[in-house]
Design a protein around this ligand. Structure first.
Ligand code: AMP
Length: 649
């Protein structure tokens, strides 16, 4: 055991102190424990004893056209799963249910912010996905082609994702709240030949136009052959639309003439299912690549084993298709097990603070996936907005994306699952590992402030920079020692950047995956994840690189230098503060702050917009010119910045 060798921030130190005080844990209610889909302990043991046999058993739950010949082939940092296996993800997600008693079961229930509702049975989903897949094929989109999807949480977005998978095209969903620059960078990096977008979304009662950002993003991208626009308000059968650009098409028009049957493109297990961009330490987004067979195996297993989704349940994920949660636990995981998924476009406290609970009562929601930010927001509206509804069927609320603070945890335990005597559970994962890695299951107690234990098949530890395990309860680097099937295969167009995940630390002479998080583990194996080690912020559960925001500010005509830090925020976990040095001679007008904020909002989107901007004459830097963000952060919080001599270069 070695001493921790990382510099913890003030708030990370105080988190460890409060963890050591050991608040009372929450024991799983006996009935839920008895109903738990897997017995954690025995699954962990089985996976340890023979990981390949364990994962082969899980992969068997999918439909394979050709069975694999080898479960794993590791040549670290590269790893392959179910080698020789061939499949199409949509056959497991749709076809096999259509040819079963689930044919007319609701696959998707969609609710809009203004109360519109649509239900797609598996049978209907099959028809819609296949028809749109045929339309894409007719536009010469096929195996390996990239399609960028810039759509809000509407059924057409989910149908577009599945239609791409149907024909072996690789989708890359860009969250529809991202700005022009962020969208353009992703279309360009992915080399997308088609962009599918909605013309607008609705938020807090307002129509927000999305099409202008797409027009701007593709204007000079000659690689884009077609932009297919889903127009809110247009329906199948509406008269053909006129467009200004030759490369624009209507989402409904393009499919009108096509069949509802589209033979699935059977692909290799390692064929990329999707690319999803996330922030890193440079301003260039990272295109995380997930491979079909391994990814589907992970999300299928975890939908049952972690989220406990059973056939009769209504499961609601409050995430969005723009994030990895939306891919894994709105679309591919739940559909692959034949679940009924409820989704809603819009924010969870509009038009009223209690809209979420009214919907839970109306649909009889059994399981919910949400984020700690949402819990804190609901908490701020008071328990009355929840308690007046019948939530007796809501038995499990799973939270991920950012640390779940004990206050929010206890509040949710009392008010969200109190009526059912259910459980609130935390889980840790990331865009790169597309399903729970650490988490709490109803088969063991939830320890306040701790995410939980390793999931079956996961070998994780907390180590120092030399790969030595750190003492219990002291901070270190979270590493994963063995690849998982649902772990990224590479970074699109940048395998060197991928290799960095595996080249930072070795444990027992073997490379391990560095997650980029600071964590602690207690004597009994419960982990707590305290935050990122790199310059990546977590705002309301969304990862935003300081470099992205700094780069955007630098594109403003008046800005000479910028630095960005994340500061603690009661609701969002972190908020963004920017420090800006103006170009000499710039007159500071009264509109400067608003102009800077508007600029970032348009460039990157509302989630990346700084909530505070400070204009300074200079920024603190090391001798070699690196900005010392730690000092800026400590100054803003009135904390001691720690030993700055280590930052000399
Ligand atoms: P993303 O790739 O956007 O899903 O962000 C992943 C990052 O969010 C992780 O690397 C963590 O820093 C953080 N994170 C996710 N889940 C948790 C959790 N349950 N507790 C603490 N941090 C989390």
């Amino acid at each position: 055991m070695s001493e921790a060798d990382i510099e913890l921030t003030g708030s990370q130190k105080s988190t460890i102190d409060s963890l050591l005080k050991g608040e009372a844990p929450i024991a799983p209610p006996a009935w839920l424990r008895a109903r738990s889909v897997v017995d954690h302990e025995s699954e962990v043991e089985r996976a340890k004893a023979d990981p390949d046999a364990f994962w082969a058993e899980k992969a068997d739950a999918l439909h394979w056209e050709t069975k694999w010949t080898e479960v794993t082939r590791f040549d670290l940092p590269h790893h392959k799963w179910f080698v020789g296996g061939r499949l199409n993800a949509t056959v497991s997600c749709i076809d096999r249910h259509v040819y079963s008693d689930r044919r007319n079961k609701a696959a998707l229930i969609w609710v809009s912010e203004d109360g519109d509702e649509r239900t797609y049975t598996y049978n209907r989903l099959y028809r819609e996905v296949n028809r749109f897949a045929n339309a894409l094929r007719a536009m010469d989109v096929g195996r390996g082609d990239r399609v960028v999807i810039y759509m809000p949480l509407v059924p057409e977005g989910i149908i577009t994702m599945l239609a791409c998978a149907r024909i072996g095209a690789i989708h890359s969903v860009v969250y529809a709240g991202m700005g022009t620059q962020a969208l353009k960078a992703r279309i360009e990096d992915a080399g997308a030949k088609v962009v599918v977008c909605s013309d607008a979304t609705f938020r807090r009662g307002k129509r927000i136009e999305l099409k202008p950002a797409v027009d701007e993003a593709v204007r000079d991208l000659t690689q884009v052959e077609a932009v297919i626009v889903h127009r809110r308000g247009s329906k199948p059968g509406d008269a053909a639309h006129e467009f200004e650009s030759e490369r624009e098409y209507d989402w409904y028009d393009v499919q009108a003439a096509h069949s509802i049957h589209c033979p699935p493109e059977v692909v290799d297990s390692e064929h990329p299912l999707f690319i999803l961009y996330t922030s890193g330490t440079t301003g260039k987004p990272k295109g995380v690549v997930h491979a079909t067979g391994g990814y589907m195996t992970g999300v299928n297993y975890l939908s049952r084993a972690f989220y406990q989704i059973e056939d009769r349940d209504i499961y609601w994920s409050t995430s969005d298709i723009g994030w990895v949660v939306g891919h894994s636990f709105i679309v591919y995981g739940p559909l692959s097990i034949g679940a009924t998924v409820l989704v809603r476009e819009g924010v969870p406290d509009y038009p009223t603070p209690d809209v979420t609970w009214e919907l839970c009562e109306r649909f009889g929601v059994n399981l919910m996936f949400t984020a700690p930010t949402a819990l804190r927001m609901w908490m701020s509206h008071g328990a009355d907005a929840v308690d007046k509804y019948d939530l007796t069927r809501l038995r499990l609320v799973a939270c991920a994306g950012e640390p779940l603070n004990p206050e929010a945890h206890r509040w949710a335990q009392e008010h969200l699952v109190g009526q059912s005597d259910g459980m609130v559970v935390d889980n840790w994962w990331q865009t790169e590992i597309a399903g729970p890695v650490l988490g709490t299951l109803p088969s063991f107690e939830a320890r306040m402030g701790k995410v939980g234990k390793t999931m079956p098949g996961v070998f994780a530890s907390v180590v120092d920079k030399d790969g030595q395990p750190v003492e219990a309860n002291s901070g270190g680097r979270l590493v994963i020692e063995r690849p998982l099937p649902y772990m990224l295969r590479t970074v699109w167009n940048d395998d060197d950047r991928y290799q960095e995940y595996w080249s930072q630390i070795q444990v027992d002479g073997q490379p391990v995956y560095t997650a980029g998080d600071v964590a602690v583990q207690d004597e009994d194996g419960w982990f707590a994840v305290l935050g990122r080690m790199d310059d990546v912020m977590n705002v309301a559960g969304h990862r935003i690189g300081t470099a992205d925001v700094e780069g955007s500010l630098l594109r403003h005509r008046d800005v000479a230098e910028s630095a960005v830090v994340g500061l603690p925020d009661e609701v969002k976990g972190e908020r963004i503060k920017a420090f800006v040095v103006l170009k000499s001679g710039v007159d500071v007008g009264a509109g400067l702050h608003a102009s800077l904020r508007d600029h970032v909002r348009e460039d990157l989107g509302p989630i990346a917009t700084p909530s505070e901007i400070e204009i300074r004459d200079s920024l603190p830097k090391t001798r070699s010119g690196k900005i010392v963000r730690r000092l800026l952060r400590a100054e803003s919080l009135g904390e001691d910045p720690g030993d700055l001599s280590t930052l000399a270069d």
